[in-house]
Write a protein that binds this ligand. Structure first.
Ligand code: ADP
Ligand code: MG
Ligand code: MG
Length: 895
């Protein structure tokens, strides 16, 4: 028979799937002998059954009443008994902490009779009525769905009436009156009275907590945090302890370390004469936890002792709720606490030093996202006044600019070379031009998956969204902050996308200490030292190599400082831009072989210098050079510009420039409806004579030059967009011919491996054949994602990705995190079939996914040899490659 209820004494933290985090940890603390008020937990399984069928599973309430009887026996009191009643709380708690997202009801068991019994037994009438009004309000809103604002209003009215500011100044009579007012309210709103039967209160509260799993807030939170929708919540029923019994009672929250920095110490807040959430609700001013030392030294000492016990037991930062009832301390909750990136690294390092965790556990507890946050430039807020507003840190980084209230204004000012911050209630696809023009996007509405957030992250733009204190007035071109400060359009503001804060004026920027360390190798200290230690461990255990995508000697050198073990992708297209564009034009317009060769011969030495510089920066390490990939018309002038120029000349009765006419003709000929799928990649090499030969010669001569200079160059040639083995066979033949020729000319053989990108589904599906001609594979996961899904990134991301995220088609963009079930399958097939043909085939990835933490774990599991990513992501990839080698899943506990 299925069991739906567990006593605290029967559970433990290993049962968190069944008992939820809160229930499992209460059981764990009971097991540890901490002072936890007794209780029991109804399982998530019961909740799932209830949500699936709309009725609680058979036998659930029988189990509940058995456990309730045991609880009553232990307490020697009966639930809601008219003399000295037992009261309980009914608490929600899912496997993953969803703070404040679901419901809890305190003081179950009070009614018109037992409130008098409680008053009598406690000798404190005011306390009894205070508890009763809390129950009626919580039950009314949570179970009976009456708008909380109505209760708040009734309370405020009463306080105004009595001329008092705080709840604590309301007397017994006032509270009794409030109970009456609340009950009338419930009756008016629901047509039903507040239930007097304790058993009915308990039953209905349990079911309401089940239902709160599907509340709007909870669903939104789960989507944001990628928590599955089908887990359900457990329900904890626990004997009440009373923090609202007067000044020798109270409740508080505590952290075993500072969750912002991770440093040891006592952090928390305490509120005398308070129950439950009063301490975090901000209704009265709390005192720092350390004040408890004077208020109640004994409880304080005990609390410190329990905090030490918990931190040593959980071997991590713990976050604790406690209540003191007339000098007796009770622990009501603990969990491994959320923390900032900085704190995650600090705690991992310190606990390792204390011998509580191993180096691998320490590595498992930090993550690449946190590391990346520590690399962004910082606002130096040391001399800055308070923030204007706070919102959701949607896309990290620091940006400064003039506030503008619409997209057109952003574009207009940016065109004048000014920096702007786009401030909107929320953004729509129409705002895209403004977002592109702006340094940062700030919205007053919407969460992490809002249009603004998704698009800004996609563009690597700073974004704070959902800054709800801001009221926008686009009519008067200004916005107002929570405290009434008016900010006119054009005023300079600073947006901190890492902290979710907005400041007036230009807050100065500084390199982060981590970035300084990585760039200069300066001796690490503090958090930087903690990060360096994690990286060192990761380097020691990882199997994946980490390379960088770099196109210039400067980027290559930086990547190397950041720990790159080579270049996985050196794009050559920028080598055809700037002054060289006219040589490309010449090549395209060439009417004879002579003309074409002249253009290519002029490009050759320039390219050779590019390659020599990069090979020098990466001396001794592999450099994978990709042959020209984009369509050639990208190097030609815009068609409309040309047409206008010609038309203007004609309108003035002049002869248009013959070069323009030829260009327009070429542009027209080369026009493609869908360039992404047109004449590009390997296709160019096969169609444009001399193009491959020139590039390969430049590489080969650069290798010779570097070798002669005493260097150790390792160039590799990579062919893009191959879909069939014949394509790579043909190009390979040409490449080998050129390498041999250069070798002969210079009297020393030039060896360069020749490989291919796997970025078309057909390449992945025929990888076994392609491997016959390729020395290595490199997954171009950007194009592979586009061609597998059949959408072009530039067109779809801003157009409908936020809708797709909202509708749950995917929970992260497949351009951010590799789509395992689709694109990932193609990767798996290509790896298996490529290696079947050629067991020593070297395989890497050079799409942006190479620097994405979750994707790195996938590439590790898929058996790749290396990942390659932008230089700034190299440390992230190193860390995650190390974590992938020691953990399965994602242990990043960063808040
Ligand atoms: P949340 O998940 O939102 O934190 P909780 O279930 O932890 O909700 O409960 C809300 C508040 O009520 C917390 O401050 C908690 O400590 C307090 N609380 C819960 N159960 C009891 C109890 N049996 N006695 C006293 N206070 C309680
Ligand atoms: Mg809690
Ligand atoms: Mg590509």
């Amino acid at each position: 028979m299925v069991r739906y209820v567990y006593d605290f004494a029967e559970g433990g933290r290993e049962l968190d799937g069944l008992l939820g985090g809160k229930g499992a940890n209460l059981a764990e603390m009971t097991r540890l002998g901490l002072p936890v008020p007794p209780g029991f937990v109804i399982t998530t399984e019961a909740c799932r059954a209830f949500l699936a069928t709309g009725a609680e599973p058979d036998g659930m309430f029988r189990d509940v009443s058995e456990h309730l009887s045991a609880l009553e026996e232990g307490a020697r009191r009966r639930l809601g008994h008219p003399d000295d009643p037992l009261l309980v709380s009914v608490r929600s708690g899912a496997r993953f902490s969803m703070p404040g997202m679901m419901e809890t009801v305190l003081d179950i068991g009070l009614n018109d009779a037992s409130v008098l019994g409680l008053a009598e037994a406690s000798g404190n009438e005011r306390f009894a009525w205070d508890s009763y009004r809390r129950l009626v309000q919580m039950f009314g809103s949570t179970v009976m769905s009456v708008d909380t604002a109505l209760f708040e209003r009734a309370l405020t009215t009463l306080k105004e009436d009595r001329g008092v500011r705080d709840d604590v100044h309301l007397g017994t009579e006032d509270l009794a009156e409030l109970v009456e007012a609340y009950r009338r309210l419930i009756h008016d709103e629901t047509g039903e009275g507040f239930p007097q039967s304790p058993a009915e209160q308990l039953r209905r509260a349990i079911l309401a907590v089940f239902r709160s799993w599907n509340g709007e807030r909870a669903r939104l939170y789960r989507r944001r945090e990628h928590i599955p929708d089908d887990l359900g919540t457990a329900v904890t029923v626990q004997r009440m302890v009373y923090g609202n019994l007067g000044s020798d009672s109270g409740s508080g929250v505590a952290f075993t370390r500072d969750p912002a920095t991770g440093r040891p110490g006592l952090y928390g807040d305490y509120l005398p004469d308070a129950q439950g959430e009063d301490v975090v609700a901000g209704i009265r001013n709390t005192v720092p936890l350390t004040d408890l030392q004077h208020l109640d030294p004994r409880s304080y000492r005990q609390l410190l002792e329990h905090m030490r016990t918990l931190e040593r037991h959980y071997r991590d930062l713990c976050d604790i709720e406690f209540t003191i009832e007339r000098g007796t301390l009770w622990i009501l909750q603990t969990r491994v606490g959320k923390r900032t990136a900085e704190a995650a690294f600090a705690i991992a390092a310190e606990l390792t030093d204390e011998g509580l965790i191993t180096q691998d556990e320490a590595l498992a507890r930090v993550g690449g996202d946190g590391l990346a946050r520590l690399m962004f430039p910082r606002f130096d807020t040391s001399a800055t006044p308070d923030a204007l507003a706070h919102g959701i840190p949607a896309s990290p980084g620091a940006a400064v600019g003039a506030a503008v209230l619409d997209s057109a204004e952003a574009v207009r000012r940016a065109a004048e070379g000014r920096q702007v911050i786009l401030v909107r209630q929320e953004t729509t696809p129409d705002d895209l031009p403004g977002m592109i023009a702006a340094q940062a996007v700030l919205t007053s509405r919407g969460g992490k998956t809002s249009h603004a957030a998704v698009v800004a992250r996609g563009m690597g733009k700073v974004c704070v969204c959902g800054a709800e204190e801001l009221t926008l007035d686009t009519g008067h071109r200004r916005f107002t902050t929570g405290d009434g400060t008016v900010v006119e359009e054009g005023a300079v503001i600073s947006v901190d996308g890492s902290a979710g804060a907005v400041y007036a004026g230009a807050v100065p920027l500084v390199d982060s200490p981590l970035m300084r360390h990585l760039e200069t190798g300066e001796q690490p200290a503090g958090t930087v030292r903690d990060v360096a230690r994690a990286l060192e461990r990761a380097d020691g255990v990882r199997r994946l190599e980490v390379r960088a995508n770099a196109d210039t000697p400067e980027d290559a050198a930086r990547a190397r400082r950041f720990g790159a073990q080579g270049i996985g992708l050196c794009r050559t297209e920028h080598m055809f831009l700037g002054d060289r564009r006219k040589l490309v034009e010449e090549m395209i317009l060439a009417r004879t072989d002579r003309e074409r060769e002249h253009a290519l011969d002029t490009l050759l030495p320039l390219q050779r210098q590019d390659f020599a510089g990069i090979l020098e920066a990466m001396d001794g390490l592999p450099v994978t050079i990709r042959l020209l990939d984009p369509p050639l018309h990208e190097f030609l002038p815009d068609r409309t510009d040309l047409a206008v120029r010609i038309a203007a000349a004609e309108a003035h009765g002049e002869q248009p420039d013959p070069h323009d006419t030829r260009l327009l003709d070429a542009v027209g000929r080369m026009h493609e409806a869908n360039p992404m799928l047109g004449l590009r990649g390997v296709r160019l090499g096969l169609v444009v004579p001399g193009l491959v030969a020139m590039q390969v010669r430049a590489v080969a001569e650069a290798v010779v030059e570097r070798t002669r200079a005493g260097g150790d160059p390792h160039a590799e040639i990579m062919v893009p967009l191959v879909g069939d083995v014949t394509e790579i066979r043909l190009v390979r033949g040409e490449v080998e011919g050129v390498l041999a020729a250069v070798g002969e000319e210079y009297g020393a053989p030039v060896r360069c491996p020749v490989g291919t990108m796997i970025e078309l589904p057909r390449a992945a599906l025929t990888a076994g054949r392609i491997a016959e001609e390729a020395d290595f594979f490199s997954f171009g996961t950007n194009d592979l994602t586009q061609t597998t899904w059949g959408f072009s990134r530039d067109d779809v991301e801003s157009a409908f990705f936020s809708a797709y995220l909202d509708k749950g088609v995917f929970d992260t963009s497949p351009f951010e995190t590799l789509d395992r079930s689709g694109v990932g399958r193609l990767v798996g097939i290509a790896v298996a079939e490529g290696r079947a043909t050629r067991p020593d085939l070297k395989i890497g990835v050079c799409g942006e996914h190479g620097g994405d933490p979750e994707s790195v774990h996938f590439f590790h599991a898929a058996g790749l040899d290396y990942v390659s990513c932008s230089p700034f992501r190299v440390p992230v990839a190193r860390l995650e490659a190390g974590r992938a080698a020691i953990v399965t899943g994602d242990g990043d506990t960063t808040a």
